[in-house]
Design a protein around this ligand. Structure first.
Ligand SMILES: O=C(O)C1=C[C@@H](OP(=O)(O)O)[C@@H](O)[C@H](O)C1
Ligand SMILES: C=C(OP(=O)(O)O)C(=O)O
Length: 433
């Protein structure tokens, strides 16, 4: 998204000393958008406390409103949602939000009338064939141009019969989550099987099952990669949204680069968010991680700027691909080679993240190459240079992170962080203040 505030680019601030920051990170995108969908399909009203207010969740609100849900967002601290009959004759915009483009179609299939879904230019390149094929297997007519991507029109009849289907969710766990979220509203429920090369982001599927369970819907998994949802009501709920732990990642990693301490308030004791992996993985780079009443603290000691180094890592991020851009920054600064694997499907994320990370880290003088399913790094001194974000919030934050210790990194579009964290530039300024 263009923002005239940073029209000449955003020069990433260089850390001038160790950090001592305490931050409140806004709500989880993944939880907010799941709870919005479930609230829209529920049998009674819901309230979401501390929802994420960002482009992805606003797009979800707009889409659900267009499909007949009443959502009051006038209070930023709590949104109230009153479900309505799912209505058609709507044209929806998914932006670049994977959760909107994969979660909304199964909801739109419940409408009696056509629903067209489109998105940003790059959204038209993100894989959607699995959603389209799944709806067709469920007996729902979908008209598209045969490319397996946005835009397409779903012609619902007011009833989805449901039943047994097999899909290939190798390209995104969101195909599974989208179908599971709407499945209780299918006449016969759903037996969903995944058959494919791999299944990324399992914690996100667990999150889907967990959010359904809290609303009285049981999802069973009689065997791996098979899920069974019985038809039934989804209960209205009063839900507190956890802080977005994936968005917390760059701030925590900043303590390793700049040195000092960063505390994130309200880190949950237990969570389905994959961002919790920062707690267990950052010690591999030499961080000390502690959890106290006021939150989770990462202590980076003297930090990279103060002369601390870390060896390369071999990280399989099959479970948490969305964390890869942050770990890529740490790998680019390691003293020996690193591999981050299990992330081939990131080629279908906001941008082709493997190509983007290779291009931008190479532009800073780094040595990184693409593997079939990931990235390989070799140590190399880095220097300042322009850094392109490709409309990808996590590319933008990775540029900011490297810029803490590499003077002269200029991110072309820091405002693209508005996808999930509009406050990013302000919060980054806050940890450096
Ligand atoms: O369901 C979700 O909320 C998400 C699932 C993951 O998608 P993929 O499985 O496509 O990586 C993750 O990367 C994305 O940021 C959010
Ligand atoms: C992959 C991501 O987003 P989306 O929900 O658009 O797939 C992400 O946030 O890293």
């Amino acid at each position: 998204m263009a923002d005239s505030t940073y029209s000449a680019g955003w020069t990433a601030p260089v850390a001038t000393g160790p950090l001592d920051a305490h931050l409140v990170i806004p709500g989880s995108k993944s939880l907010t958008n799941r709870e919005l969908v479930l609230s829209a399909l529920a049998s009674g009203p819901s309230t979401l406390h501390a929802p994420l207010i960002a482009r992805d969740t606003e797009l979800m609100v707009d889409a659900l409103r267009a499909l007949g849900t009443t959502i009051d967002t006038s209070s930023p601290d709590s949104w109230s949602i009153i479900p309505g009959e799912v209505s058609g004759n709507a044209e929806l915009h998914a932006g670049l939000a994977g959760t909107v483009m994969r979660f909304i179609p199964p909801v739109a299939a419940l409408a009696d009338g056509p629903v067209t879904i489109d998105g940003d230019a790059h959204a038209r390149k993100r894989p959607m064939a699995t959603t389209i094929d799944a709806l067709r297997s469920l007996g729902v007519a979908v008209v598209d141009d045969g490319r397996g991507s946005l835009p397409f029109t779903i012609h619902g009849t007011g009833l989805v019969e449901g039943g047994e289907i097999t899909i290939d969710a190798s390209a995104s766990s969101q195909f599974v989550s989208g179908l599971l979220l709407a499945a209780p509203r299918f006449r016969d429920g759903l037996v969903l099987r995944h058959a494919g090369e791999r299944l990324p982001s399992l914690p996100h599927i667990k999150m889907t099952i967990d959010t359904l369970a809290r609303r009285g819907v049981t999802v069973t998994s009689p065997e791996p990669a098979t899920w069974v949802v019985a038809p039934g009501e989804i209960a209205g709920a009063d839900v507190h949204i956890e802080p977005d732990l994936s968005n917390a990642g760059p701030f925590l990693a900043a303590a390793l680069l700049a040195g000092g301490r960063v505390t994130i308030a309200g880190w949950p004791e237990s969570t389905t968010q994959v961002g919790d992996l920062f707690r267990t993985l950052l010690p591999r780079f030499g961080a000390t991680v502690t959890r106290e009443a006021d939150g989770l603290t990462v202590d980076g000691g003297a930090g990279w700027r103060g002369g601390r180094t870390w060896p390369g890592v071999d990280l399989d991020l099959t479970e948490g691909g969305e964390l890869a851009p942050t770990f890529a920054a740490l790998a680019a600064l390691a003293t020996s080679g690193s591999r981050i694997t299990g992330i081939g499907h990131l080629r279908g994320h906001e941008t082709d993240r493997l190509a983007a990370l290779v291009a931008e880290i190479t532009g800073l003088g780094g040595r990184v190459t693409e593997l079939d399913d990931g990235l390989a790094f070799e140590p190399a001194p880095l220097h300042g240079a322009p850094w392109r974000a490709y409309a990808d919030h996590r590319m933008a934050t990775t540029g900011a992170l490297l810029g803490l210790v590499v003077p002269g990194v200029v991110v072309d579009d820091i405002a693209t962080t508005a996808k999930t964290l509009p406050e990013f530039p302000a919060l980054w300024g806050q940890i450096l203040a």
